[in-house]
Design a binder for this molecule. Structure first.
Ligand SMILES: [Zn+2]
Length: 303
């Protein structure tokens, strides 16, 4: 296993031609310890050769400074700093996270040059609040070509929901889709309130299988199997904190995926009250963001 820079490890995999690579990342937010411990365990097993990878792998611990301090970030939110055209040189006055985002984009592109294709990027996170669907995945904004074939896999790993994002943001998974052409997901692996063990066992076994198995794991389930019961959502509205007068009219402490019937007044702003006409499910509600930033999402159920 090669160390490419702090917290970035390259595993070339077996000496066979044309093997697509995968990227696993965690710790983009330094306080999300569950996924960090999971990938540290994976790193240990690979280093000890207890696990033999079946394909090239790039393992990333996103924000080492923040991980050391067990805080979300040091200067700014790293998961808003990935761009389509990364600057190759340091930018004057850039934050620690901006420098790290640049470095991570560079190592991903270096990885891309070593493999015929980057097949998959999974960026592991934890939610701040609890969720009615304990584990769920989010896609970056995509053209709709790839999600279906992953449903069975996500379900096997214990993910009960899939949210299709509709508004582009400068996230790591958006970068890996746009620039590397990888099928990428942000995986919310549980909440910060939960202890790491033992609820990660199912995810752990799935990750070991993902890294170690030679089976063409991303192909569709054979016919006749039951369809997975994974619930799918699309983002209907993005809630922006537009001014200091912003406040939620629903309890923002409610768990993620709380259901709101038509006619519910969701929030109040200087220009009035926002009321929904159709049923919506709330996600990531948080009024304590900077003005102009996203204070939450309202989802539409797709099934
Ligand atoms: Zn996170």
């Amino acid at each position: 296993m090669e160390t490419w820079c702090e917290g970035v490890y390259f595993e070339p995999g077996p000496n066979k031609p044309n093997l697509a690579g995968i990227i696993l990342s965690c710790g983009i937010h330094g306080d999300e310890t569950g996924p960090i411990h999971l990938l540290q365990r994976l790193h240990n097993e690979l280093q000890l050769a207890a696990l033999a990878p079946s394909r090239p792998l790039l393992l990333i611990f996103g924000n080492p400074d923040a991980i050391r301090h067990q805080q979300r970030y040091v200067d700014s939110n790293l998961n808003r700093l990935f761009t389509r055209t990364p600057s190759p040189q340091p930018v004057a006055g850039e934050s620690r996270e901006a420098a790290r985002a640049r470095q991570l984009m560079q190592v991903c592109q270096r990885f891309q040059q070593q493999v015929p294709q980057v097949d998959l990027h999974l960026d592991l996170h934890s939610t701040i609040k609890r969720s009615c669907i304990e584990r769920f995945a989010l896609t970056p904004v995509h053209s709709g070509h790839y999600s279906d074939r992953w449903l069975g896999q996500l379900w096997q790993a214990g993910f009960g929901g899939l949210v299709h994002q509709t508004r582009r943001a400068n996230t790591f998974s958006q970068f890996s889709l746009d620039v590397l052409g990888a099928d990428s997901f942000t995986l919310e692996c549980g909440s910060l309130q939960q202890s790491d063990e033992p609820h990660d066992q199912r995810l752990w076994h799935w990750l070991v299988n993902l890294v170690g198995s030679e089976v063409a794991w991303h192909t569709k389930e054979p016919g006749g199997r039951q369809q997975p019961a994974l619930r799918q959502f699309t983002v209907a509205e993005e809630i922006i904190r537009a001014s200091d007068q912003f406040r939620f009219l629903v309890d923002e402490g409610l768990p993620n995926f709380s259901q709101h019937p038509p006619g519910t007044a969701i929030y109040q702003e200087a220009r009035g009250t926002f009321t929904i006409d159709e049923e919506r499910f709330s996600l990531f509600l948080n009024s304590r963001v900077e003005t102009g930033q996203r204070a939450g999402l309202l989802l539409k159920h797709l099934q």
